[in-house]
Design a binder for this molecule. Structure first.
Ligand code: FE2
Length: 322
């Protein structure tokens, strides 16, 4: 009698293969030179000096590439002044106040300096400011100083991660709403701005922030306001629980989703060269700044909202695709 095991017919999904989206073909973005980096997300833009004047036609292509790829990289750049970085950001949205917990170099321009005395701390997956009333639509950074090795940043396409879920799981998540809180990790955000010497001032300031920035609600599956595409919108830094579920259910679902976003097929890592620029969509991506260096690193950052004055050139095209 043969001991050969029977072939299993239901072994579950073991890959994450998506057909390549024809709307992401590099020639569609001509004259902008787009080099796709991962199947259906992430691209490098070549041959563009961001200090130079950029035509409206090129800006429209860049805006569309930003929305379709989720994250764009610009290499071989020179240092951008604060004003120039604001101007470049305006291609993609309206610069906003960003995080109140990060030092500013100029209005709406953050500077994040890390080194041995102030080690990196953003090595948790997150969507910028999702715990604040003005959750960032996008972020544009320039790494003006970087370690010779280490200090890379990773992005995860929460859109692709959603699309690769089983239909059963998509149905389970539909309609769920999660709470996001800027101090989920417990007052850490306050340490950079408040002295511990004076407890009254510390807690006074804390409650002031709490009143100004109460916990926020976001759908667990978020529909992008421009592209109409769905993505998983929870993250380890700001999401506290899912409304209406038992705590254990909420913890279990969030743990599953965080694990799902850890799958390498949804991720892209960038090794920085000095003055590289990246811009990403915080709705369709989460990111993680690796904490593995102690050399000097300078990140000049502008966060932005959707600009109602901007024509998101491809908006009509996206709605036709939906
Ligand atoms: Fe971030």
């Amino acid at each position: 009698m043969s001991m050969k095991p029977q072939m299993k017919t239901n072994i579950g999904r073991i890959n994450f293969i998506q057909p390549l989206d024809p709307m992401l073909s590099p020639e569609r973005f001509d004259p902008v030179k787009v080099v796709p980096l991962m199947p259906n997300f992430g691209a490098r833009i070549e041959g563009l000096d961001l200090r130079e004047a950029i035509s409206e036609a090129v800006k429209a292509k860049l805006r569309e590439a930003f929305l379709r790829f989720g994250v764009l990289f610009f290499s071989d750049q020179e240092r951008l002044s604060e004003d120039k970085q604001i101007e470049v950001t305006r291609i993609f949205g309206a610069p906003d106040e960003g995080s109140p917990f990060i030092p500013k170099r100029a209005k709406n321009v953050d500077v994040l300096i890390t080194d041995a005395s102030n080690p990196p701390y953003a090595n948790l997956w997150h969507s910028d400011n999702s715990g604040l009333p003005h959750a960032s639509f996008g972020t544009l950074i320039q790494i003006q100083e970087c370690p010779p090795v280490g200090g890379n940043t990773a992005w995860c396409s929460t859109q692709k991660a959603y699309e690769c879920l089983s239909d059963h799981m998509k149905r389970c998540l539909e309609g769920l709403v999660a709470i996001h809180y800027w101090d989920k990790r417990g007052q850490e955000s306050m340490t950079s701005t408040v002295s511990y010497d004076d407890d009254d001032s510390y807690y006074g300031r804390y409650f002031e922030y709490l009143k100004k920035f109460p916990p926020q609600k976001h759908p667990v599956v978020r529909t992008h306001p421009i592209t109409g595409r769905k993505s998983i919108f929870v993250n380890e830094v700001f999401t506290t629980f899912i409304e209406g579920l038992h705590t254990y259910e909420s913890q279990g679902i969030l743990a599953f989703l965080y694990n799902w976003l850890h799958i390498p097929e949804f991720q892209l890592f960038h090794h920085w060269q000095r003055n590289d620029v990246a811009v990403w969509d915080n709705i369709s991506m989460v990111h993680y700044a690796l904490g593995d260096y102690q050399e000097h690193r300078v990140n000049q950052r502008v966060e932005f909202a959707i600009d109602p004055e901007l024509s998101y050139a491809a908006e009509a095209a996206f709605s036709n695709e939906a």
